[in-house]
Design a protein around this ligand. Sequence first.
Ligand code: C6P
Length: 414
Amino acid sequence: MATIEEVQPAIDIVSVRKQFPILERLVKGKPLVYLDNAATTQKPQSVIDALTSYYSGYNANIHRGIHTLAEEATAAFEATRDAVQQFINAATREEIIFTRGTTEGINLVAATWGRQNVGKGDEVIISGMEHHSNIVPWQILCEEKGAILKVIPVNEAGELQMDVFHSLLNSKTKIVAIVHASNALGTINPIKEIVAAAHNAGAVVLVDGAQSTVHMDIDVQNLDCDFFALSAHKLYGPTGVGVLYGKKHILESMPPYMGGGEMIKEVTFEKTTYNDLPYKYEAGTPNIADVIAFKAAMDFMESIGKENIARHEQVLLNYATEELQKINGLKIIGQSKHKTGVISFVIDNIHPQDIGILLDNQGIAVRTGHHCTQPLMSRFCIPGTTRASFAVYSTIDEVNALVAGLHKVVKMLS
Ligand code: C6P
């Protein structure tokens, strides 16, 4: 097995890890090895500090008050919107809508754009590797409208069958909703090719960016996607905050989602007029503290550099792939050439849950199960996998601990 010096790329891993207080803790008496980053990442001290300084320094509701605290809170909240605009290179700040997360962003589009534009006999295309969040909202829509849900199949390597995708597109296709990077396989999908083909057929494209935004530079204008949904908690930010990006002219043409305060211009019992973007889609008091702290998370990522983070995770992925394949009976599910730092695997005759429990006893946190991708698990004829997923603070030592832990599991249970 390799040492840190042999494989570690050019990021200062010691100083990165020092910024994450949770990485100091012990689990079952062992140093925590946190390899469940695709579920949620840990938070740097700067994010934790941003939360406490809002609550201890300027807690107030936003957009409503003229007092100092309200002005400070509003300015900090809106500063995050500007930061997101830059982070994903949106054309305007009005295209950035705060949500609770990716799930809410996708549901918003299905319930507004979908209801307005999808009718009887129309078609919605998703893929065989979607998270349930990008399946169920479209099923609900198709059932309500009498529309047809079409699915791009996944090949044995865990890649989309692009020839089938191209053959599914036709004039009835209204929207293609597709995951950028699979949470269960790590596969990175060819979004630009998908967007170009969908637009050619007259369809719009929603990209589920829950797993991609933390691993690569996102440029929504370059991708040319119509919608892009992400969750802050997967990029070192707080839970309960997400972003829905939408092209301005499309968002403007859509009906409102939730009704309430903030999303209106004027209300009478006869008629309500709606607020301008982005507030039209931000009804009610938002998750102010967490939105504010999300900016600290993006600042953290930019302080290291998205390219450096991606390179670091690729080194870990390549090394882990090599080492895990040496384990007797272990098979990696998802062998695409383009992957994020996610490795899903099964081991002959050992249930993923048993692997998870025995690794946890050694302080190693991984996720086991279907990863909210039941149709994908059915495609591979498995009940679930064990998934290790890396982040900027993951180390070669941690990969070595996982490999050693798995050798123990195999020895105990085979
Ligand atoms: N995947 C995982 O462990 P929310 O819960 O709204 O923040 O994200 C939902 C979601 C949507 N799409 C993809 C590709 C995802 O990976 C997730 C969340 C977590 O894989 C929890 S199931």
